[in-house]
Design a protein around this ligand. Structure first.
Ligand code: NAP
Length: 254
């Protein structure tokens, strides 16, 4: 058994139309999985499917109806990667109900419902499974203007641990990757700022900005048999952002 191979497995990846989800889909495909590429942009997904192989699945994680329809359309899935997500930055006191609901529905409620639907099928089939959730730097750390997003990502981290406990008896491993600062459409504009770039370099041991391909290999591993004894983990892939800080004390002379 190759501990890194996904041959013979089917992976459903949400948020596969760009960014981190697309990199994970490519990685899983390269590792041998059949991939089901899910997001709202059907055209983009079809173009990606034509390039890498796989199936495009139109799905809006914020809509129960869409989730149910999509899951009914697909067959059995061995791997679910919950990557789809969005953010609206704002002051906590200023969020509207509409903004709050949109972030919650996409990043948390939709993720939960899809995981229920797919998890139930995995349990009924009785062949185990792998669930990989995408958390965030904000799963661990409070930064301003992301209160609602951080609530969803904190909850995704905790959900990971509870599902790992509940579904271990079904041989389903559930883990969460918490990316740090990864350049994608989600934040491209923000990282144009020199001030932001300087701040980021000060809080990471590895001071470059991350890219989606920094996240994909761990997702592949967490989907593969080599990770069968790993569950309930929230693993940061962040160049050290949650564990290190630059310290302006000069290095000691020897
Ligand atoms: P991105 O480039 O903006 O991609 C977001 C993906 O989510 C797209 O494929 C988008 O596809 C999909 N999506 C958004 N809303 C959706 C919905 N309602 N239904 C279905 N799909 C939806 O962002 P990204 O940076 O790759 O983010 C991916 C995940 O990583 C998110 O959960 C994000 O919170 C997390 N994350 C990112 C960073 C970072 O620094 N980039 C850091 C920590 C965590 P469509 O628009 O085609 O539907």
């Amino acid at each position: 058994m190759n501990p890194f191979s996904l041959a013979g497995k089917t992976a459903l990846i949400t948020g596969a139309s760009r960014g981190i989800g697309l990199a994970i889909a490519r990685g899983m495909r390269e590792a041998g999985a059949e991939v089901i590429l899910a997001a709202r942009s059907k055209d983009k997904l079809e173009a990606i499917a034509a390039e890498i192989g796989g199936r495009a699945l139109e799905l809006d994680v914020a809509s129960s109806e869409s989730l149910r329809r999509a899951v009914a359309e697909i067959g059995d899935v061995d791997i679910l990667a919950n990557v789809a997500g969005m953010n609206i930055r704002g002051k906590a006191e200023d969020y509207t109900h509409e903004q709050y609901d949109k972030i919650m529905q996409t990043n948390l409620h939709g993720l939960f419902e899809l995981t229920q639907l797919v998890g139930k099928k995995m349990i009924t089939r009785g062949k185990g499974g792998k669930i990989i959730n995408i958390g965030s730097f904000t799963t661990f750390t409070g930064i301003p203007w992301v209160s609602v997003y951080a609530m969803t990502k904190g909850a995704v981290g905790q959900l990971t641990k509870v599902l790992a406990a509940e579904w271990a008896c079904h041989d389903i491993q559930v883990n969460c990757i918490a990316p740090g600062f990864i350049l994608t459409d989600l934040n491209r504009a923000m990282w144009q700022s020199e001030e932001m770039d300087k701040w980021r370099k000060g809080v990471q041991a590895i001071d470059r900005l991350g890219c989606p391909e920094d996240i994909a290999p761990l997702a592949v591993f967490l989907a593969a048999p080599g990770s069968n004894y790993i569950t309930g983990q929230v693993i940061a892939v962040d160049g050290g952002a949650t564990t290190t800080a630059k310290w302006p004390v000069p290095s000691p002379t020897t």
